[in-house]
Design a protein around this ligand. Structure first.
Ligand code: UDP
Length: 237
């Protein structure tokens, strides 16, 4: 891929996005910065950017092989990756297999309770409103996405869950829940965007139920740096 880097377009909590000489391609740079509790807690997790870049790229390549279109193009180095430029659909899609986090608080169901069937939730992606919980009628009414887009996103999300559950089970990790974001290409095609990493998934060791994800940081439990490395080691060798 022969593109040159241009100006920074956007800086988020964990990533920076740069324009390139190709208008359809952007470069993502993964930082070590971590936030939790809606940005109230800030810190860094040493080499998190490297782990998330490599893991997300590896998982997206596996998903592509299973028929899920993703934004992934090419890993440039430890922290930088070329991805397809999209307009992000302002929905955070959460898939849950086991009760945890906000679900447990809201529903009074103890963390670790296995669901009979997976749950799909939408939040409106809006920092000022703290990503409020919505359903698909809100998304249609507010024109956040079309019915066809919601159907595609729903179908892809459940398929991603099945593929990821299997990949993680093979390395003795339970996939508790995770968050996905989708984007639209210039022609309107829906593809998976953002990242899949211990920042955006809950991973529990299948033997000990130890957290191997950002909850270690969110909850001040410690050991997050080692946990991120452990997930990378199990998945990528
Ligand atoms: N999640 C995320 N970004 C968010 C909110 C949630 O990546 O802004 C992920 C989180 O890591 C977890 C899943 O989505 O794997 C479900 O999170 P939950 O709604 O329970 O919220 P939390 O308790 O993590 O704030």
């Amino acid at each position: 891929m022969n593109v040159t880097m241009k100006e920074q377009m956007y800086e988020g909590k964990a990533k920076q996005v740069f324009a390139t000489s190709d208008p359809e391609i952007v470069m993502v740079h993964y930082k070590d910065d971590a936030t939790a509790g809606d940005g109230e807690k800030r810190g860094t997790i040493h080499d998190k950017g490297i782990v998330n870049n490599k893991l997300s790229n590896a998982l997206m390549q596996k998903l592509e092989k299973e028929g899920i279109p993703t934004h992934y193009i090419q890993e440039l180095n430890d922290r930088d990756t070329l991805v397809k430029k999209v307009q992000i659909v302002p929905l955070e899609v959460i898939i849950r297999n086991v009760a945890a986090g906000h679900f447990s608080l809201r529903m009074g169901v103890p963390e670790g309770t296995q669901f009979k069937t997976p749950i799909l939730e939408f939040s409106y992606k809006c920092d000022d409103l703290h990503d409020p919980f919505i359903n698909h009628y809100y998304a249609l009414a507010l024109d956040l996405a079309t019915q066809e887009e919601i159907d595609t996103i729903t179908k892809y999300s459940f398929k991603i869950n099945e593929v990821l559950k299997k990949i993680m089970a093979d390395v003795n990790i339970r996939l508790i829940d995770f968050k996905l974001e989708f984007g639209r290409l210039a022609d309107g095609t829906i593809i998976l965007a953002d990242e899949i990493s211990p920042d955006t998934c809950r991973f529990w060791d299948a033997t000990s139920n130890a957290h191997l994800d950002k909850d270690l940081f969110r909850r001040g439990l410690g050991g997050e740096e080692d946990a991120y490395q452990e997930v990378m080691k199990r998945l990528l060798g």
